[in-house]
Write a protein that binds this ligand. Structure first.
Ligand code: FES
Ligand code: FES
Length: 179
């Protein structure tokens, strides 16, 4: 009986070859600090934050732009960090949930979420809060219906929507009365 043959692939199909990943230094301005890291060009901002910088407050839900758990602020605008390459954010100011407040001095949205029980498991909460700050920065929403619509990209599997809306409206109205 003849022995089985072993097929040796050459080129890109040969998964036994060591893979050389080209990395490039990138400096990101995050929560007021410059952070330099060596990453592959295709690294998403979400992975750069979580895997390379230990900023795990930003959550990975779907990793494809459908849940909003990864929302951060870039130059004050809310984005899904899973859909953005880290390299595209060089030169921008990035703010994550870790940069919004401190344990001693909570950001008003963090305080409002606490006051109104606007979370259950909390997994969506950093994204909800960053998105709400982006919404307030945009200044387009005035009514509950508009807030609901413009926050609809942030899903909450626990269904805490009613209290999230209350918390966001409270901070939005407080800001409006100061203006
Ligand atoms: S993890 Fe980015 S939108 Fe879901
Ligand atoms: S609080 Fe659990 S997913 Fe929103």
């Amino acid at each position: 009986m003849s022995s089985p043959t072993i097929q040796v692939f050459q080129g890109p199909q040969d998964h036994t070859l060591p893979v050389v990943v080209p990395v490039r230094p990138v400096t990101l301005h995050i929560n007021g600090q410059d952070r330099t890291l060596d990453i592959a060009p295709w690294t998403t901002l979400l992975d750069a934050l979580r895997e390379y910088l230990d900023l795990t407050g930003t959550k990975k839900g779907c990793d494809r732009g459908q849940c909003g758990a990864c929302t951060v602020l870039v130059d004050g605008k809310r984005i899904n960090s899973c859909l953005s390459l880290a390299m595209m954010c060089e030169g921008s100011s990035i703010q994550t949930i870790e940069g919004l407040g401190t344990e001693e001095h909570l950001h008003p949205l963090q305080q409002a979420f606490m006051d109104h029980d606007a979370f259950q498991c909390g997994y969506c909460t950093p994204g909800q809060i960053c998105s709400a700050q982006g919404l307030i920065n945009e200044g387009h929403a005035k009514t509950e219906d508009e807030v609901r619509e413009l926050m609809s990209g942030n899903l909450c599997r626990c269904g805490a929507y009613t209290n999230i809306l209350t918390a966001v409206m409270e901070v939005m109205n407080a800001n409006a009365s100061k203006a």
